[in-house]
Ligand binder design. Structure first.
Ligand code: FE2
Ligand code: FE2
Length: 296
């Protein structure tokens, strides 16, 4: 048994109902208001509706969103996101992005996990929230968190040494079970993909874990850009796919709104990129070839 899923990211749903500007300006004078005004121009929630419609049309089993579901990690935003996802009538998997831990308070009170924990149910090591593993027959989704609060205007991420240790153990165990391992992380994991002050600060350490333990595919978001590349694995390159924002208003590929449909089973993964094309999403003419299967 495999898994047919739709990978989207950075939907940045905006809901400011009942939130006055002072509330966030007090917390974080830099960025808050400008960011929200800019977001309104750069993201369109109608595209999320079109994406959900496409998920139904394409008959996927699950929607996977790799972080930045909100903008400022406000309670009102999480309420809106939780309501939208719960109303989809489609199973959903999420991991957090840097915007989902925008303030120290939101991270400290585990706001993302409190509102969206139901979309991250799975196996864990002890009571550590990350990584978590969701298994679908021969396929395992491994949810990693790189979301940490940052200084204003920074958007860096960090997995952390302890989570990386757990990730190594999880990848090793899943390999032992012959699972096809798909790692979900918000920040790009290929050197040079993220802009300055947007990087995963422990990218090299993440790379060492994958180089030692392997994975069959890594999916990310964050740069609002379609990325197709690879990092080193123990038996050859591990494909890395980044996806642009699912609600981007930008028109030009690789920044236009997009998602990828994956058909994953023990033998391997097939992918099909879909790009926003004027009025709806449409399959891109050609996408990456068939990817490597699970380790024997
Ligand atoms: Fe984002
Ligand atoms: Fe991000």
């Amino acid at each position: 048994m495999g898994l047919r899923f739709l990978h989207a990211s950075d939907i940045h749903l905006l809901d400011l109902t009942g939130v006055g500007p002072l509330r966030y300006l007090n917390k974080r004078a830099t960025g808050g208001l400008n960011l929200l005004l800019g977001r309104r121009r750069r993201h369109d929630e109608d595209r999320f509706d079109a994406l959900v419609e496409a998920a139904r049309r394409l008959d996927v089993d699950r929607l996977v969103v790799t972080g930045d579901l909100t903008n400022l990690a406000l309670e009102s935003e999480f309420e809106h996101v939780a309501r939208r996802l719960a109303g989809l009538d489609l199973p959903v998997t999420v991991i957090p992005g840097n915007h989902d831990t925008y303030t120290r308070g939101s991270a400290r009170t585990r706001r993302f996990e409190r509102y969206l924990g139901r979309f991250m149910q799975g196996e864990r090591l002890g009571d550590h929230p990350y990584p978590f593993v969701q298994s679908f027959g021969d396929v395992a989704l491994v949810g990693v968190s790189s979301a940490v609060p940052t200084r204003p205007l920074w958007a860096t991420g960090r997995v952390g040494a302890q989570q990386l240790e757990r990730l190594a153990a999880v990848l090793r165990a899943l390999r032992g079970e012959g699972k096809l391992r798909i790692v979900l992380i918000h920040h790009p994991v290929i050197e040079g993909v993220a802009r300055a002050r947007h990087e995963l600060v422990d990218l090299a350490a993440f790379g060492r874990v994958v180089a030692a333990e392997g994975a069959e595919l890594v999916l990310h978001g964050h740069e609002h850009k379609v990325v197709r590349g690879a990092i080193a694995g123990p038996e050859g390159p591990v494909p890395v796919h980044g996806i642009s924002s699912g609600t981007a208003v930008a028109d030009a590929h690789p920044y236009a709104a997009a998602f990828t449909v994956y058909e994953a089973e023990a033998a391997g993964v097939r992918s099909e990129l879909h790009l926003w094309n004027d009025t709806d999403f449409a399959a891109a003419p050609s996408d990456a070839p068939v990817l490597a299967g699970a380790a024997p």
